[in-house]
Design a protein around this ligand. Structure first.
Ligand SMILES: Cc1cc2nc3c(=O)[nH]c(=O)nc-3n(C[C@H](O)[C@H](O)[C@H](O)COP(=O)(O)OP(=O)(O)OC[C@H]3O[C@@H](n4cnc5c(N)ncnc54)[C@H](O)[C@@H]3O)c2cc1C
Length: 494
């Protein structure tokens, strides 16, 4: 008889793990507390607009495709990937604009238009950062670190040292690049996983590097079409999905996970895979605290990433100046970027602006545009900020001061026909994200690899974890790797 696996949470990690285990003959039941699957990769639909709720930047499409290949399916039967060019348009407060292309000819002419040396410095930076990415991918992202020896062995330690990650992102980038504007473009991307580029280790330059070298992609219909594709595949493979079904407890007996408890009763399984944010699960879902004393201590001493504020705008005209992915780099970049990590809402925020309707007519009505405007803000552990109407109004004003400073967007306020917001409070409420931190634990050096919670519980047998709060960390493509690691571990042990 097949082993029964219960997956708690249908975020990207839970869904991809379900596909992998179903395709290897396990019997899988997924419990999701919300009406929609996908967790943070979700959708907001209104007035003909289809907004990706949070994630929008699709890096490393191969990791997305690999889940389908693993289940012997052709991803093309489920998804349509579109390569973006330019992959970023960057607007600066002084009206400078860069269009960044993955095509070398276009890239060189864009960067050389400012200064010829900018192009070769950028290439030098990419070359060194790509070397580090290759090492990180082979020795760290694609490996589990469930015990100390897997990390503290001569080969891994040597590789870790060769990454030279100790200086912060900004200093590292500055070693290669003189142009402050290009530095800011790179640093802004490196902070996508919620770590300050002025403090966090320079390894996250792999984000701008991979984006430049492999390109950024768009899924027709938006990111949520990936969730719909996974749901379809899970149904085809015979998985059971229970929506609107909040798991209240992961039941243990004699140091072993044996069942989950929901409002419908108790469901027994051979294995439990928890896709819920690790600190939330440890604090609220595992009731026998004697088993997880160390984890309880650990989650209260760890650092958490910042959070996000997003404005969703439906606009009644097209804005040809925008690309799908845009940055707006505001004045006093350093101070404003550091503010969320010091418990302050930035005065002149830099913005990430996502406009998928530039190339995808399925996400907005004809002649209209849908926009997500995102600002990094403090997580809810900073108690000084109350996310009430006054705070939202004041931040909205700052965001619009920045938006209307972008060439071509001066009239944007007059063309809004739909507006909505996401604050750290909703991030906490919708996804049970501990402290409203958008990316769970901060990805500092002492909280990654072996030092991040492991995918296999140390004290509770048959309990596994998958998702951004455990190794290897946040970001859709990285969580897809986490699903690969957890499935390998389960196949090995069971
Ligand atoms: C604002 C924002 C922007 C982002 N942008 C990008 C981006 O552009 N590109 C990118 O690659 N990544 C991005 N990310 C990161 C990416 O979205 C996440 O790393 C990834 O989606 C996390 O997936 P996960 O599997 O850890 O689970 P989550 O998405 O956290 O899902 C966990 C699931 O568990 C469910 N759940 C919780 N408690 C229970 C319970 N008790 N019972 C049942 N179900 C429960 C939740 O409802 C949820 O569905 C962004 C994240 C945020 C917040």
């Amino acid at each position: 008889m097949s082993k029964k696996v219960i997956i708690v949470g249908a975020g990207i990690g839970g869904l991809a793990t379900a596909v992998r285990l179903l395709s290897r003959g396990y019997d899988v039941t997924i419990y999701e507390k919300e009406r929609n699957l996908g967790g943070k990769v979700n959708v907001l639909e209104s007035k003909g607009f289809k907004f990706d709720l949070t994630a929008s930047i699709l890096m490393n499409p191969e990791t997305y495709k690999e889940v389908f290949a693993y289940a012997n399916r052709n991803y093309k039967d489920y998804l349509e990937f579109i390569k973006l060019d330019p992959f970023y348009t960057v607007n600066y407060y002084d009206k400078t604009i860069y269009n960044l292309s993955t095509d070398m000819v276009n890239l060189s002419s864009s960067l050389q238009s400012v200064s010829p040396k900018d192009f070769h410095e950028y290439i030098d930076f990419l070359s060194e950062s790509y070397r580090k990415y290759i090492i990180a991918d082979k020795y760290f992202l694609n490996r589990s670190f469930n015990n100390a020896f897997q990390f503290f062995n001569p080969i891994t330690l040597k590789k870790a040292l060769s990454l030279k990650t100790f200086s912060n992102t900004y200093s590292y980038v500055s070693k290669y690049i003189q142009n402050e504007k290009i530095r800011q473009f790179i640093c802004f991307q490196a902070m996508y996983i919620g770590v300050s580029p002025f403090e966090g280790p320079n390894i996250y330059t792999l984000i701008p590097t991979v984006s430049q070298i492999y390109g950024l992609w768009h899924l027709k219909g938006g990111m949520y079409s990936y969730i719909e594709a996974l749901e379809k595949l899970i149904n085809e493979l015979g998985g059971v999905i229970k929506k609107n079904c909040d798991v209240k407890e992961i039941i243990t007996f004699k140091n072993k996970a044996i069942a989950v408890k929901t409002h419908n009763g108790i469901d027994k399984g051979d294995l439990v895979v928890c896709n819920v944010d690790y600190p939330y699960a440890v604090k609220y879902l595992i009731k026998d605290k004697s088993l997880i004393k160390n984890d309880i201590r650990k989650i209260s001493s760890m650092d958490y990433s910042c959070s996000n504020f997003i404005i969703y705008l439906g606009l009644d005209k097209k804005y040809d100046e925008l690309s799908v992915h845009n940055q707006y780099i505001g004045v006093n970049f350093k101070r404003n970027i550091e503010d969320p990590f010091k418990g302050k809402i930035p005065k002149s925020p830099s913005l990430y602006i996502y406009c998928p309707s530039r190339i995808d007519d399925t996400v907005a009505p004809r002649g209209k545009e849908c926009l997500n405007v995102m600002v990094r803000v403090p997580n809810l552990f900073y108690k000084n900020i109350k996310w009430n109407e006054t705070t939202i109004k004041s931040l909205r004003k700052k965001v619009f001061n920045a938006l209307t400073n972008i060439k071509g967007l001066e009239d944007i306020k007059q063309h809004i026909i739909y507006e909505n917001y996401l604050t750290p409070v909703e991030i906490k409420k919708f996804f049970n994200s501990y402290g409203g931190a958008a990316y769970s634990f901060s990805s500092n050096l002492n909280q990654t690899n072996y030092f991040r919670p492991h995918i296999k519980s140390e004290k509770i047998r048959n309990l596994y974890f998958v998702g951004q709060s455990v190794h290897p960390g946040p970001g859709v493509s990285i969580v897809l790797l986490s699903s690969k690691l957890v499935s390998q571990e389960i196949l090995k042990n069971h």
